[in-house]
Design a protein around this ligand. Structure first.
Ligand code: GDP
Length: 328
């Protein structure tokens, strides 16, 4: 029996990764934070076989206790404050969780593993936001990092700390530099889900305005279900390493609007969409497009869902959800 321990179990990736590992016969433990966590029921319903342990990435001793129970062979650190826009307003909290939380996770793993430091394989959820003001097009593992938000800066800390634990202690610690990845489970504050949910509501006559920020930014969007497979593959390698995970395609927010409204046969979306400076960011990441050739060559990984399929899948799921909520 292989045991896995996941932080960020309540998030999109935590749920997909749990499903993947449970299907492979793993015993899966998830760290859940806080009193009366509102996501508790969601996790129970979606992945009832996951064993939940209470703790917090900012609390090293809670991590040590959880690892003692879980006895993991693999540790997936997906927990973070992950919304870029929020990170300017809450830079210190973002730093505590998204940066220093990684140090706690690595240190807890090292202490737990004791003399056999490679007995626990570690995955760090790094992010394409680390590329920020991009220094290469496309971005690869060797592209210079230039983060543009407190979130991006925090992720850079976690990325380098993971490499540092690998180099200092010989830990099997890998960092996955994942580009934006979405699904029907994506949080409603992120742009894809915000758009697909609004499009579903507009097509059902439940809403007639969608207020957006910058429509020119470009992202490399993939399907989260494909991306958790890459995380698992990284930990099955003999040697730990860093990998970019992306589709190699980039689309603007305007193209996202085209695709989402197109899925419900609305061509003149401009009449529903308004812009508000409140949704613009103090510094923008203008263009992300990843080069995942290392993951393709070494992990045999490639994405299976296209941008068009991803957005259609999300609109369809939001239509079903909105119809159910409206009692239709
Ligand atoms: P991020 O890449 O992690 O910041 O993911 P998001 O989904 O939050 O944002 C992707 C891009 O969409 C960024 O360039 C945002 O500036 C842009 N964007 C434009 N309008 C909006 C909006 O209303 N909400 C969000 N979240 N992003 C928006």
């Amino acid at each position: 029996m292989t045991n896995a321990f996941i932080t960020g179990i309540t998030g999109q990736d935590g749920l997909y990764l749990s499903e993947l590992l449970l299907a492979k016969g793993y015993e899966v433990y998830g760290l859940i934070r806080g009193q009366n966590n509102p996501k508790f029921d969601l996790v129970r319903r979606t992945v009832p076989d996951v064993r939940l342990l209470t703790g917090d990435l900012t609390d090293l001793s809670s991590l040590m206790r959880a690892l003692n129970v879980a006895q993991p062979d693999e540790f997936y650190n997906l927990g973070a404050i992950s919304f870029v826009a929020y990170s300017w307003e809450n830079a210190h909290v973002t730093t505590e969780v998204t940066a220093k939380g990684v140090l706690n996770a690595l240190e807890a793993t090292r202490l737990h593993a004791g003399s056999d430091v490679r007995s626990v394989r570690f995955y760090q959820a790094s992010s394409s936001e680390m590329f920020g003001k991009v220094q290469d097009v496309p971005q690869s593992e060797s592209t210079l990092l230039w983060p543009r938000s407190p979130y991006g800066v925090a992720k850079v800390f976690g990325h380098y700390m993971t490499i540092n634990y690998r180099e200092s202690y010989g830990m099997h610690a890998s960092s996955g530099i994942l580009f934006n990845h979405e699904s029907p489970r994506r949080g409603e504050e992120f742009v894809t889900r915000k758009v697909t949910q609004a499009v579903a509501r507009i097509s059902l006559g439940l809403q007639d305005r969608l207020v957006m920020g910058n429509l020119d930014a470009r992202r490399d969007w993939g399907f989260a279900g494909d991306y958790v497979e890459a995380m698992w593959r990284m930990l099955q390698q003999d040697e730990a390493d860093d990998y970019v995970i992306s589709t190699g395609e980039t689309h603007s927010i305007g193209e996202l609007l085209d695709a989402a409204f197109g899925a419900v046969d609305i061509d003149d979306w401009q009449r529903y969409v308004h812009q508000d400076p409140a949704f613009f960011r103090p510094a923008e990441v203008d263009l992300l497009i990843g080069d995942a050739s290392k993951a393709r060559d070494r992990l045999g990984w490639k994405p299976t869902v296209t941008f068009g399929q991803l957005i259609a899948m999300m609109v369809e799921s939001d239509l079903a959800e909105q119809k159910a909520l409206a009692g239709r």
